[in-house]
Write a protein that binds this ligand. Structure first.
Ligand code: NAD
Length: 353
């Protein structure tokens, strides 16, 4: 056994179909009295239902979360929290909504209760992002880690099938990079492999019936584990590429993860063979990179950067940006090989590694 450091991220997790009913109790346990309920405009109904359920414990709703937390939205939400005297933020939704809760917590220190309805995993991380003048800045602060997380598979029944598939592969991406992280450890390895297994195994069942609550539960359990990996260890080339592509070319978050992951794994395959074996085993595939590619394709996800809005003339710039800063990655960052990776992803070429 090698030496390692493991830091547990303390969060209280309430898991199960119908778990939303425990929300009021959880707010009381935090000692909070006035919760501001956050959502995207698309999930405003869910936010309203939660506020109604909370009665006098709800200070109000703020249904204006959008992708990548623009600073203007963060400022408006912070002002609303202050105006209403909120002492807690309840974020019901995906990573965009959790991200808005984090922006409020970063500013005021109020606790967050996260109720994730996608598999992005933000609720398990102390990582926040804020976008100002078109540039997304990310950072880590223990203040933004949600104190309580309610995972209720029933709330994910409405997640559209395509987002279900790409969001689950977004989760698999966290766990995959966790398996070869420079600061990895055996606990995270266990979580990562099990997270990939649970996420991948849920997809064929959800393809058949997206309202299968047991399969939704497995996918959400996988997302929890994969999100925990993201929160605990550093990510490599795959996450840096997705961050660059998402931020610079405004590509949709879960989709870009889905397209890039097989190619990032193929890039790293020869330098992280133990991780690749675990990923393949968890997918029930022969090899990791083609295994992820097939998983995406079989379930109807877009597999080319072209199809998700990447301009062909942006590939050179993306390759330049990807090698601008050095960071730990199993295989050294080589501009030419990364440019080739991006071309493969643009064309949707099935990796062989
Ligand atoms: P999202 O939160 O942007 O949601 C996408 C859309 O799906 C929204 O319109 C949302 O309202 C809708 N939606 C969500 N759940 C639904 C449901 N159950 N039923 C119907 N509609 C639903 O997407 P995401 O992929 O969860 O999050 C992406 C964002 O999260 C990005 O900005 C990304 O950078 C961030 N993120 C941050 C971290 C972190 O650790 N800080 C981790 C992962 C993602």
């Amino acid at each position: 056994m090698d030496s390692f450091t493991y830091v547990a991220q303390a969060a209280r997790v309430i898991f199960g179909a119908g778990a939303l009913r425990f929300l009021a109790r959880e707010i009381d346990l935090l000692g909070a009295k006035r919760a501001l309920v956050l959502s995207t405009p698309e999930q405003a109904d869910a936010a309203q239902r939660v506020a109604t359920m909370l009665g006098e414990r709800a200070a109000g709703i703020f249904p204006h979360a959008v992708m990548h937390v623009p600073i203007e939205t963060a400022r408006a939400a912070r002002a609303e929290a202050q105006r209403l005297g909120a002492d807690c933020a309840v974020a019901i939704g995906g990573g965009s909504t959790t991200g808005l809760g984090k922006a409020i917590a970063l500013d005021s220190g109020v606790p967050i209760v996260a109720i994730p309805t996608t598999y992005a995993g933000s609720e398990m991380t102390p990582i926040y992002g804020l976008t100002e003048g078109g540039v997304k800045r990310t950072g880590r602060d223990p203040k933004v880690l949600p104190r309580t997380v309610i995972y209720d598979p029933e709330l994910t029944l409405t997640l559209p099938l395509l987002l279900t598939v790409t969001s689950a592969i977004n989760a698999i991406a966290h766990a995959s990079e966790g398996l070869y992280a420079a600061d990895g450890n055996p606990i995270i390895t266990l979580m990562a492999e099990e997270g990939i297994r649970a996420s991948a195994a849920a997809l064929p069942r959800l393809l058949k019936d997206q309202t299968d609550v047991a399969a939704r539960g497995d996918a959400l359990y996988g997302a929890w584990l994969c999100g925990s990996v993201l929160g605990a260890v550093s990510m490599g080339l795959h996450h840096k590429l997705c961050h660059t592509l998402g931020g610079t070319f405004d590509l949709p978050h879960a989709e870009v993860h889905t397209v890039i992951l097989p190619h990032a794994l193929a890039y790293n395959a020869s330098h992280a063979s133990a991780a690749m074996r675990r990923i393949a085993r968890a997918l029930g595939a022969e090899r990791a990179a083609p295994g992820v590619f097939d998983l995406a394709q079989r379930h109807g996800a877009a597999i080319t950067l072209r199809d998700i809005g990447m301009p062909a003339d942006g590939l050179d710039r993306a390759a330049d940006l990807a090698v601008q800063n050095q960071y730990p990655n199993p295989r050294p960052l080589e501009r030419g090989a990364i440019r080739a990776l991006l071309q493969d992803a643009f064309d949707g070429k099935r990796p062989v590694a």
